[in-house]
Write a protein that binds this ligand. Structure first.
Ligand SMILES: NC(=O)c1ccc[n+]([C@@H]2O[C@H](COP(=O)([O-])OP(=O)(O)OC[C@H]3O[C@@H](n4cnc5c(N)ncnc54)[C@H](OP(=O)(O)O)[C@@H]3O)[C@@H](O)[C@H]2O)c1
Length: 318
């Protein structure tokens, strides 16, 4: 049985990666922070699983403190979330510990649009992941990056300003006809567990996707699932989008006010589109369609939030 350590195991994506790895027969070490030493709510239903052990540690503890957790581990999956202290410095400590322990492969916490389709300076959160990826150039640990497009849990939430249930609007930059890549959090976890256990992925970027559709098609799906009309707001051209990003950056006190638009730029101009989609390599992962998502958990997007949503912290899923 492959031994896998999952960092960020208490998170919305990481906890589902843990569950999928267990279902695939892996031996899983869940790295949890002291504040979640019991595994927290998201791991409660698998807490007593015979192939799961909880390892208490924080990436900021440093490589020496992390190394004992990694002894005997073959693959590390990171699903942590945070700023440069976590995505660059913290993951670097995890990589150094993995090198010491002789880990074969690591999946960093990318889980994004195709961030290699554009350069530095386009998306501040992609830049963090790009800096960390550079560390693998001189590492004995092989990097496997998983790209999935956008989580609909976030893309249709307030962070992206696409759906506004109070106003009944659906907003689009550009003409809305280019296909975008959409994969739910549970499907990303299912693919990631399969990829983690697939040694062919060493040193590769692996693109997998739930469904590809244009923004105009997505609006049709939203209308069909919600049973109501969503007025189409054309916010401007893709050049207008770039100008809006610059305007927000200038005024920003934190990146959350503009980073969603930076993702949309890459999605709508095609620079961040997935290429060489490898779903066929993982035939036992059958991702949900957008219609299925919207008929289930995604129906929450149609409800008017009870309180105004502050866009100044990491967004939470529906
Ligand atoms: N493609 C998309 O549309 C999209 C959208 C959102 C997120 N993502 C990506 O998905 C990945 C996971 O995001 P998520 O939403 O699942 O995040 P999340 O729910 O916020 O979970 C983050 C996890 O990281 C852990 N963590 C944070 N700092 C840590 C540290 N210093 N040491 C150890 N663990 C630490 C947290 O532990 P605690 O529970 O103790 O806090 C938690 O388990 C990220 O790479 C994110 O960028 C992609």
């Amino acid at each position: 049985m492959t031994v896998v350590l999952v960092a960020g195991a208490t998170g919305s994506l990481g906890s589902l990666i843990v569950k999928n790895l267990l279902e695939r027969g892996a031996t899983v070490r869940a790295l949890v922070r002291p504040s979640s030493a019991d595994g927290g709510a998201r791991l409660r239903d698998v807490a007593g699983h015979e192939n799961l052990t909880l390892h208490v540690g924080d990436l900021t503890d440093g490589a020496a403190a992390l190394a004992p957790h990694l002894a005997g581990v073959e693959v590390v999956v990171s699903a942590v979330q945070g700023g440069p202290d976590v995505i660059i410095d913290g993951q670097l400590e995890l990589l150094r510990a993995a090198e010491t322990a002789g880990v074969h492969r690591m999946i960093p916490s990318d889980f994004s649009i195709n961030l290699w389709g554009y350069d530095y300076g386009v998306n501040i959160l992609s830049d963090l992941r790009r800096v960390f990826a550079d560390a693998f150039r001189t590492s004995a640990v092989a990097r496997t990056s998983v790209a999935i497009g956008a989580f609909p849990e976030y893309f249709l939430g307030p962070f992206h300003e696409v759906l506004d249930p109070a106003a009944g609007t659906f907003s689009v930059w550009g003409d809305g006809t280019r296909p975008i890549d959409i994969t739910t959090v549970p499907d990303t976890a299912a693919f990631t567990a399969a990829i983690a256990l697939d040694p062919r992925t060493a040193g590769r970027d692996v693109h997998v996707v739930g469904q590809q559709m244009s923004m105009l098609e997505l609006r049709n799906e939203v209308e069909a699932a919600s049973g109501r009309r969503w007025a189409l707001i054309r916010k401007g051209s893709l050049d207008d989008l770039k100008a809006e990003i610059v305007r927000r950056q200038f005024a920003a006190t934190n990146p959350f006010t503009y980073v969603a638009l930076q993702y949309q730029k890459g999605m709508f101009d095609g620079s961040a589109s997935l290429t060489d989609v490898r779903n066929a390599d993982y035939p036992d992962v059958v991702p949900a369609t957008v219609a299925e998502y919207l008929a289930g958990a995604g129906a929450a997007h149609f409800e008017v939030p009870s309180a105004p949503v502050a866009l100044d912290e990491w967004p939470v899923t529906v």
